[in-house]
Write a protein of this length. Structure first.
Ligand code: SF4
Length: 607
């Protein structure tokens, strides 16, 4: 078991909720989380829908191990069509919301239609209430969660909500749960805003149907033993993700000044050590033995201006990438994004891009509403506030780096693939990360596979193309499977590196799960998302890096002189497509569709 085999379909226009069966053949093929969400998305959402229109839907799925004692099984998924990329989108978050959602007794929640007014959905077991949330509209993430929690008078509720950025349809708005955990990438917050869903509060009242509790406890013990033996874990616990900032800067991969270079003169002022000294709290997601999250506070504000973070990506993109060398300014920028509900990665990439354009004279400072004499941190804060309010130039920047750069006349400056902005790794310094960005199922992403770690540790040859396609394809499948289970990658390693995860699922479900069977689930998911995007014209032509990353070598640092030529990218793509069983255009073939058993669930479109 472990599945309830129930989904909750919520019609926002009619304000009704109905329970439907989730067939066992779907959980056997797609498990839960990302897999189940993607399967239903593919079957129910037409590729041509307006991402911000009523026909788009949001599929919210707890990981299948959420709610069990599995270490770090806290992550849940949302799947929809992205308003930022116009393509398939999935994103997941930790915290406490996912396990609580699972314990409501549903494997999947589907939001469809548009509410006539702002609404907060309150789900407690089988009971669903549609609370008018007009009084919360316009309020920040922190204010919303605090106010709704007080109104519900029950601390057991876990809440996910959007801020003003989502309400104003900022294309990289996020959904936040437990105050500081984000469904961050691709604009899920804008989809919520378009549906006028201000918040979802969940409280689980069900008992999980674990098949073999004793076997599950044995598998949990084994997993914990391996987690505590993992030499990587103490570093994550002590320093969090921002502990990587100094090393990554030394290795030359941290983006500086809109991904134009890698050496930042102010690194000592915003180093991992500096941020470590600002930590005021150590925090963890549900049932996590690592507790990587670090709490800091913006000292220019009030006692309540605390954040979880800044994480590595945030500090790099809102800091070095924007030439900000003031740690308090970076924390402030992080806080502004958290309150408004914006993805810090996309926000840092967009702001970094226009500041670099202004430095180059490609746009006037006055057009940005800034003066060149302002402290850099103030510039970032000013632009973030304008984006969140869609005010002045912020209205255009809220469309994301690709759209804004095209409208402003410098399309080559946008660091993006398929419209999703780069995270904090310059792809010229890692052919593996370059291929990860090129082939990620939602646009440039570092969370589907992370070859850079293997490159710099010598497991993979660093600046070589060799072995990258094999590694990326395999880890993408493994990571997709991990996202069906709902476990965090940090304790286990990215992907399915140990037997622990198949063993945990076998014990919880009473079925035989192996590494190979889980990888096949990941591969099914990967083919469904590609087939969806293919109907929107995505093929090899959409899989390249922006031109400057193939034509302009990195000027400094350990990656100096490196770029990834178009021929190199084609070499990688050819290998990658072959491994995936895709044709030369990068599209799934009928043979691959059959091999994965997908024709039982969905048709392969002809493109
Ligand atoms: S390792 Fe960090 S992100 Fe992962 S579950 Fe634990 S606290 Fe959350």
């Amino acid at each position: 078991m472990i599945w309830f085999h129930r989904l909750l379909r919520i019609d926002l226009a009619r304000q009704t909720a109905t329970v439907e069966e989730v067939p066992a053949e779907l959980t056997a093929a797609f498990v839960g989380g990302k897999g189940l969400g993607t399967c239903y998305f593919y079957r129910e959402v037409s590729p041509r829908v307006d991402p911000l229109g009523p026909e788009n839907k949001v599929f919210i799925a707890p990981g299948v191990l959420n709610g069990t004692l599995t270490p770090a099984a806290s992550r849940y998924e949302m799947v929809s069509k992205s308003p930022l990329t116009g393509l398939y989108l999935d994103s997941n978050a930790g915290g406490h919301f996912g396990p609580e959602l699972k314990l409501t007794g549903h494997d999947l929640l589907i939001l469809e239609g548009q509410s006539p007014h702002p609404v907060a959905l309150v789900i407690q077991g089988d009971a669903v209430r549609f609370r008018d949330a007009s009084h919360l509209w316009g309020r920040s993430i922190y204010e919303t969660e605090t106010a709704l929690r007080a109104e519900l008078s029950d601390p057991r509720f876990r809440i996910a909500s959007i801020g003003p950025a989502g309400e104003r349809l900022v294309k990289f708005a996020c959904v936040s749960n437990d105050y500081s955990r984000q469904i961050g990438r691709g604009g899920m917050g804008a989809v919520f805003g378009s549906k006028r869903v201000k918040a979802i509060a969940v409280h689980g009242t069900r008992t999980l149907p674990v098949a073999d509790p004793d076997a599950l406890m044995d598998a949990v013990d084994a997993a914990l033993k391996h987690i505590f033996e993992n030499p990587w874990v103490p570093h994550k616990r002590e320093h969090g993700t921002i502990g990587s900032l100094d090393d990554n800067h030394t290795l030359g991969i941290v983006p500086v000044h809109n991904f134009t270079r890698s050496v930042f003169e102010g690194i000592d002022r915003v180093s991992s050590t500096v941020f470590g000294e600002l930590v005021e709290a150590r925090l963890a997601c549900a049932i996590c033995p690592v507790a990587c999250s670090k709490g800091t506070r913006w000292r220019g504000g009030s006692e309540s201006d605390g954040i979880e973070g800044p994480e590595y990506e945030t500090a790099a993109l809102l800091g070095l990438n924007c030439l900000v060398d003031d740690p308090q300014a970076i924390i402030h920028a992080n806080l502004l994004c958290n309150q408004a509900g914006m993805d810090t990665i996309s926000a840092g990439a967009v702001v970094g891009m226009v500041l670099a354009a202004a430095d180059e004279g490609l746009i006037l400072w006055g057009e940005l509403g800034l003066s060149p004499s302002m402290p850099r941190g103030d510039m970032v804060a000013r632009l973030l506030e304008r984006i969140a309010r869609r005010e002045g130039i912020g209205d255009l920047l809220a469309e994301g780096a690709r759209a804004a750069s095209e409208a402003l006349g410098f399309p080559d400056l946008a660091p993006q693939v398929k419209g999703l902005e780069f995270p904090a790794y310059d792809p010229r310094v890692s052919p593996g990360m370059a291929l990860a960005y090129m082939t990620s199922d939602r646009g440039a992403c570092h969370l589907r596979t992370y070859p850079f770690g293997r490159e710099v540790s010598g497991v993979l040859p660093w600046f070589s193309l060799e072995q990258k396609a094999e590694f990326v394809k395999r880890q993408q499948d493994e990571k997709a499977a991990q996202e069906c289970l709902g476990v965090c990658q940090f304790p286990y390693g990215i992907g399915l590196l140990t037997d622990d995860l198949p063993n945990l699922l076998s014990a919880a479900s009473g079925e035989e799960w192996s590494y190979e069977r889980l990888c096949a689930v990941g591969e099914r998911v990967w083919n469904l998302s590609r087939a969806f995007d293919a109907q929107l014209g995505v093929d090899r032509r959409a899989d390249y890096l922006p031109r400057r990353f193939s034509e302009v070598p990195m000027p400094d640092g350990m990656g100096a002189g490196h770029a990834l030529s178009r021929a190199d990218q084609d070499w990688l793509l050819d290998r990658y497509y072959r491994l995936r069983g895709w044709d030369n255009r990068g599209l799934p073939t009928p043979q691959t569709w059959e091999r994965l058993g997908l024709s039982r669930f969905a048709d392969l479109p002809t493109c």
